[in-house]
Every structure is written in C-alpha cells, then in structure tokens.
Write a protein that binds this ligand. Structure first.
Ligand SMILES: [Zn+2]
Length: 220
C-alpha cells in the first residue's frame, strides 16, 4: 500500500507556512510498467517534487523548502494551529508548466520534461485506437531531453533510446541500446530494441517478466 506523512513546509517566496502530504512508501505490486518509464499501479504513487504555494501560487521544489516539522495524523487532528494552515497543491500536470521553465538545473528540468512526455503519451498509452502522432511542442520537449540526458548513465541511455524510438529515429535508438545493461534494465532494453527493429513508435507496456521500470529515481 501507499502510505503518506504530513509535513509543514515554508514557502521561500512569501514565507507562508503550509501543510503538504508526502509519500512515505509505496510499491509496484500489480503495477503496469511502460517503455517510457511510466508506472501505474494500485499501490504506486510517486508523489510530486513540485508544489504550488497556496498563498502566492509560486511553483516550489519540495526539496528546496525549509521543513518545519512532520505531523502524524493523530497530531494533526489535535493541533489547532496546524489545522489552520493552508494546504499545498502538488503539481500533477507538467506539460503546461514546461514553458515557465521552473528549474535551475538539468535534474529538475529532466523531471518536468519527462513527466510532460508521459502526459503526451497517456492518450495512446491507454487506447490503442488513439494516434501516437507527436505535436511540434512535444517534439521540442523530447529534443531537449535528448540534449540534457547523459548517455553514459545506463538508465538515461535507456530513456534516450526510448525517446529516439518514439521519434521514429530507429537507427539512433538501436545505437544507444548497443551496450551492456544490467539485470532489469537489460530486459527493458531488449523490449525497446525489438519494438525499434519492428519500426514501432508507440509507447508500449513492458512484459511482466522485466519487473521494473526502464529507469529509476536518479532521473525519474
Ligand atoms: Zn508562497
């Protein structure tokens, strides 16, 4: 199951204190994993590293905020001062904030752009009759990811290969997969390789035997 904790944080822009829900633990039991790294499962919630301040609406990185304290559910119900605080709004939709560029480094930019990519894939992810055509803005997002992801990192190389496959650049995709991957990553690479060799651009479910996502927390 997914469990959550409450945390009191302070906005670095307006100094308002607010309450935020943070994922304490989750798992991928019965989850479906996709070639683009997206995971959906009954006990999986990755949460959001980006929050919107309930007072000034500024987009904030959770990890950059002063953490005032953690609050258990029982403490919250008894703490009148805490209950009076507003709640942060976790950012769950990312395509609309790419143009605002709410990042200061490549890791943050990758985080936002990968999730914008996942959103773009959601239509054809869940419905095989939906076209997998990519808009100009989506291509621009993927082109920028190809620049900032590091191919020397096996996980990021896998993400780059998948992006190239979805862009229809199959030879480049296969070039990025022409290396040794360990364990679960190798199983994912094999599936992306087969799709590329077959000329398939659409995002795809990973076969259950791969077990894990094609890339993990370092960039996702
Ligand atoms: Zn604020």
């Amino acid at each position: 199951m997914t469990s959550y904790v409450l945390q009191v944080l302070k906005c670095t822009a307006c100094e308002t204190e607010f309450v935020s829900t943070e994922v304490a633990s989750c798992n991928t039991f019965d989850a479906v994993c996709y070639t683009d790294g997206f995971i959906e499962g009954p006990m999986y919630d990755e949460g959001s590293r980006l929050l919107e301040c309930p007072a000034c609406a500024k987009c904030l990185w959770r990890g950059n905020l002063p953490a005032m304290r953690y609050v258990s559910e029982s403490e919250y119900s008894r703490d009148a001062a805490c209950k009076a605080l507003p709640w942060a709004i976790p950012v769950r939709r990312f395509a609309g904030i790419v143009d605002a560029a709410p990042w200061t480094n490549n890791a943050q930019e990758s985080y936002v752009r990968i999730r914008a990519w996942w959103e773009a894939n959601d239509g054809c992810r869940h419905n095989q009759s939906v076209s997998s055509n990519i808009s100009c803005s989506e291509v621009a997002n993927l082109d920028r990811l190809l620049v900032i992801l590091d191919p020397s990192d096996p996980q990021e190389a896998l993400i780059k290969a998948e992006i190239l496959r979805e862009l229809g650049r199959m030879d480049e995709c296969l070039h990025h997969l022409d290396r040794r991957f360990d364990n679960d990553l190798d199983a994912v690479a094999s599936q992306i390789r087969i799709l590329a060799q077959d000329g398939v651009r659409r995002v795809a479910r990973l076969s259950p035997h791969t077990g894990e996502r094609p890339a993990r927390e370092s960039i996702l």
